[in-house]
Design a protein around this ligand. Structure first.
Ligand code: SF4
Length: 81
């Protein structure tokens, strides 16, 4: 979790290598990384760089990713499942 942003990825999504690859590909500020075992790594040192571009939401199933604005009373960017 960053100071301003928290990114959450549902376990069903973060355990799928294809979803992980997509997240790594789309995020312009490298918040998502791929572990050696193909699992998802959220790179905490980059989380506050989030531009709220929603590309991670567009690239995944509804409900898979939530981008939470900690500075805005926890308002979240998300697609409803
Ligand atoms: S909203 Fe954009 S910058 Fe933020 S985590 Fe998603 S893809 Fe990355």
């Amino acid at each position: 979790m960053g100071l301003f942003i928290e990114v959450q990825v549902a376990p069903e999504a973060s355990s799928k290598p294809a979803v992980v690859k997509k997240l790594v590909e789309v995020c312009p500020v490298n918040i998502f990384g791929e572990r050696e075992d193909g699992g998802l790594d959220i790179i905490e040192s980059n989380v506050d760089e989030c531009t709220l571009c929603e590309l991670c939401l567009d690239a995944t199933e509804p409900g898979a990713v939530r981008v939470i604005k900690l500075y805005d009373q926890g308002q979240a960017l998300e697609r409803s499942a």
